[in-house]
Design a protein around this ligand. Sequence first.
Ligand SMILES: [Zn+2]
Length: 147
Amino acid sequence: MAQLKFECPICHEFLVVNIRDAQVRYSLRNPVPIVVTHGDPEHAITLFVDKEYRLRAISGSNIVERAEEAKAARKPLTRRFVPVPMKGQVDLDDLNSFQIQVLALVDGKRSVDELAQVLGVATMRVKILCEQLVRLGKIESVQVVIE
Ligand SMILES: [Zn+2]
């Protein structure tokens, strides 16, 4: 286990994350993308850590865009799209960092709208990306939940 201290590029808060050895050792990518969510409103950042646990890069989503998205999402929704993760490990080799960020947050509970809010991007972008990830065999499916 390694601890990494870094400044969030979005809220400038200093954060400490614990990284499990297995997360780094068995990753097919180097540097290894590690997605961290925190804060209120919640936002996501991706740390890129090399095999020696050195922080190589940080990418964050845009919180201003996220706040506007939240405002727009306030009207009641009748249908939610919930992406479902694959059972086994997924090869991240040919995915870009945005696809990896989405993939890391897909837990079978968060809807496409919630993912879009956390990532600070438009819902439609996440929806299209999830459909692509299903076709690529990176996520199981996108379920439609009617409420
Ligand atoms: Zn932050």
